[in-house]
Design a binder for this molecule. Structure first.
Ligand code: F6P
Length: 322
């Protein structure tokens, strides 16, 4: 029988630590005696046959780099039954027997469909948002939060000098985890997340006025991208409180940069487990963190799970950031 060959791709938004996961898939895969192919530009690259054979040295010097050395892309063509079949045919043509897909929920849906078309796939959660219900942690989350904290600390310096209020939008389209953790770490007076409705007067103005009476003169309000509207919010705060207010959108700066130790280690562990699962002929699985341990679940089961927002942590933030 010919040597088994596996492919690895990164899909959706990039995240720091994806390179550590790619490196682990390649090195663990080779250690099991499999060939490993790097598929560039996600499912799109697979459809176009953008595939390079990897060896031990192909992934040298990447563990500390942000972004993804395999590049990433969105692929409208792959999101059709014909596109999935074409991708499966391409795998047969190139000789790829299984694929590790590093990305978010959308990428996992693609992995499930490609498995259905006869190519065993394993998902690895990589996205800064931490918005995958089946996993307590997604690769890139820690680095993104640390970047956000550093940026807000800088804003705090200038807000403090001017007795101002800073309204800062952090990433997280449907998930307030970056906002919540960053908000706690910077002592934000209010944290607005898509999971919890807010009342402008009670949750922002009253909290600022109360804190002002205790002697505080500068304020930080953290807003998740999914809530948005920071320019208008800043204007409304200035009008309601008389405190000069500035809005800042941190944006894609949170997606870049050298991964933290946590993202390098979790990426390495998850990538190695994914290669092992393909070596063991497993299919349609997603590597997840549950109870602090790395394990795996059926992709369809994982995709049906509902995310639970950490309301207890949110309540702690409100209690102590005042
Ligand atoms: O999913 C990660 C993420 O950074 C979200 O927080 C954000 O909404 C989105 O990707 C931005 O996507 P794009 O890179 O396409 O602008």
């Amino acid at each position: 029988m010919a040597t088994k060959a596996i492919g690895v791709l990164t899909s959706g938004g990039d995240a720091p630590g994806m390179n550590a996961a790619v490196r682990a898939v390649v090195r663990a895969g080779l250690s099991y005696g499999m060939r490993v192919m790097g598929i560039q530009r996600g499912y799109n690259g697979l459809l176009n046959g953008e595939v390079v054979e990897m060896n031990l040295r192909s992934v040298s010097d990447i563990i500390h780099r942000g972004g993804t050395v395999l590049y990433t892309a969105r692929s409208p063509e792959f999101n059709t039954p014909a596109g999935v079949q074409k991708a499966a045919d391409k795998c047969h043509e190139i000789g790829i027997d299984g694929v590790v897909v590093i990305g978010g929920d959308g990428s996992f849906r693609g992995a499930r469909d490609l498995t259905g078309a006869g190519i065993p796939c394993i998902g690895v959660p990589g996205t800064i948002d931490n918005d995958i219900a089946s996993s307590e942690y997604t690769i890139g989350f820690d680095t993104a939060m640390n970047t956000a904290v550093q940026m807000v600390d800088r804003l705090r310096d200038t807000m403090e000098s001017h007795d101002r209020c800073s309204v800062v939008q952090v990433m997280g389209r449907r998930c307030g985890d970056i906002a919540l953790q960053t908000g706690i770490a910077v002592g934000a007076t209010s944290i607005l997340v898509p999971e919890v409705p807010f009342d402008f007067q009670k949750d922002i103005v009253d909290r600022m006025t109360f804190t002002q009476k205790t002697g505080k003169k500068h304020f930080i309000i953290i807003v998740a991208e999914g809530v948005g509207g920071v320019e208008k919010l800043a204007k409304n705060i200035e009008e309601a409180t008389g405190i000069e207010t500035r809005a800042t959108i941190l944006g894609h700066v949170q997606r870049g940069g050298s991964p933290t130790l946590r993202d390098r280690v979790v990426g390495s562990r998850m990538g190695a487990v994914a290669a092992k699962l393909l070596h063991e002929e497993k299919s349609n699985r997603v590597v997840v963190m549950r109870g602090g341990k790395i394990t795996d679940l059926d992709i369809t089961e994982a995709l049906n799970m509902k995310r639970v927002f950490d309301k207890d942590l949110y309540d702690i933030a409100l209690r102590i950031s005042i």
